[in-house]
Design a protein around this ligand. Structure first.
Ligand SMILES: [Fe+2]
Length: 425
């Protein structure tokens, strides 16, 4: 087997700063669009970020048509609604204003309206056919309203495939938005638990991409066009990931304590973007792979501050609930990286043994989870040991992620990981 020798760094261009949303019309015009689909969700559609974006587009003479039927944690059905709207609307550009759900829906709408195909054509294997996207998509700008997914910088769109009860996605460089407009004003009204979950998602993006299998330990692709977006840890992604770990650890507790702390909120948005650049190229591994069945199998849990009636385990919560168990497991293959991550989180690692690296990093994550008032493990969101096998079944299909785990997993080790994630305190 030949190992990979090459890695790439792709990212969207980024515009950052208070009030940057006012510039979306200028940037969309510069990209050549005259009639754009503005993709958002029903909660945000009457909010300030959307109205500012619409004004900015219309001020530049761009026709802006709103699609507000994004589902939080989107599904193939909700993606298809966006795709139909896009295909009928004959748009020549896309603006997403919202969290990862809105940004991912806009990516899918742009893709299938530009290159119509059977829905599974571009979906990740083994669930879909995983065909490469044939060419460039129409211009797209993402305006995130959470400090979390980093979706404005990545070529990934995640959804639930309802008939299979599986979370999967579409991943290709061509899906990456042309630009991310990252405006800290847009997270001012983010509810506390949403800020906690998205902030911890950022932390895990950074920790997973920093500890992923190194790119040069991955098998080389048969053809350059088949090199995956998730290439494994590499020297450029490491820079973005390590900085993001530091920023989140310092600023998440502050931003949660006082949502009017503009500086802490701005730092969290910066960290989300940094981590997005890192993991968009290195990838994420087990905490994310395991999060998809956790979110997909939500039965009755509704987080504090979320609308009653629909069980939901937000993406970031599902991820971080697995993280301590995952890093306890992966630390033995690269204790230095795990210890350095703990150090970046503020732990004094001057007198510790490499064999304690997993425990030390897990403790640092648990400390931040407790400060963020995250449930104490999978059992606190409705799972028990009897669910472990089903959770494993939903994880093994996430090839794209499990194969860049630094330490290989099989069904037995994944089961152990889920059991170890049931309760942390
Ligand atoms: Fe994530």
């Amino acid at each position: 087997m030949a190992f990979e020798k090459v890695f790439t760094l792709d990212t969207s261009s980024i515009k950052f700063g208070l009030g940057a949303t006012h510039e979306v019309g200028h940037d969309m015009k510069r990209l050549g669009s005259k009639r754009v689909m503005v993709v958002t969700d029903p909660n945000l559609v009457r909010g300030e970020p959307v109205s500012i974006a619409l004004d900015a587009l219309r001020r530049e003479g761009i026709e802006a048509v709103v699609f507000d039927a994004v589902r939080i944690e989107p599904t193939d059905v909700s993606f298809k609604e966006g795709i139909r709207f896009a295909a009928e609307g004959r748009f020549d550009g896309y603006v997403a204003v919202g969290g990862g759900s809105s940004i991912d829906t806009a990516k899918a709408a742009n893709l299938y309206a530009t290159y119509p195909a059977d829905f599974l054509t571009y979906v990740n294997p083994p669930i879909g056919k995983g065909q490469p996207i044939p060419g460039r998509l129409r211009p797209m700008i993402a305006v995130p309203t959470t400090a979390g997914t980093g979706s404005e910088t990545t070529g990934v769109a995640i959804f639930d495939l309802l008939e299979m009860h599986a979370k999967t996605g579409i991943a290709h460089r061509a899906l990456r938005p042309d630009m991310g407009i990252v405006d800290p004003n847009n997270t001012r009204t983010l509810p506390r638990m949403a800020a906690a979950c998205t902030g911890l998602d950022v932390l895990s993006h950074a920790l997973e991409s920093y500890t992923a299998l190194p790119f040069n330990k991955r098998q080389a692709p048969e053809h350059v066009s088949l090199r995956p977006a998730y290439q494994g840890a590499n020297p450029i992604s490491d820079i973005w990931a390590t900085r993001a770990i530091e920023i989140v650890s310092k600023n998440l507790p502050r931003a949660l304590k006082d949502p009017s702390d503009d500086e802490a909120r701005a730092q969290m948005m910066l960290a989300a973007t940094f981590a997005g650049i890192g993991f968009g190229n290195a990838g994420v591994h087990l905490a994310h792979a395991m999060s998809y069945p956790v979110s997909g199998m939500a039965r009755s849990y509704v987080p504090e501050g979320y609308p009653r009636g629909r069980p939901l385990i937000p993406h970031g919560m599902a991820v971080i609930l697995n993280a301590p168990a995952v890093f306890r497991y992966t630390a033995s293959v690269n204790p230095e990286r795990h210890l350095n991550a703990a150090k970046l989180m503020g732990v004094d690692t001057s007198n510790v043994k490499p064999e304690d690296a997993g425990e030390i990093l897990a403790d640092a994550i648990i400390d931040l989870m407790r400060q963020s008032r995250i449930p104490s493990g999978l059992s606190a969101v409705g799972f028990g040991p009897d669910d472990a096998e089903k959770l494993v079944a939903g994880t093994v299909s996430q090839h794209r992620l499990t194969k860049i785990s630094p330490r290989p997993v099989d069904e037995a080790s994944l089961k152990e990981l889920f059991l170890n994630a049931m309760s942390y305190w």
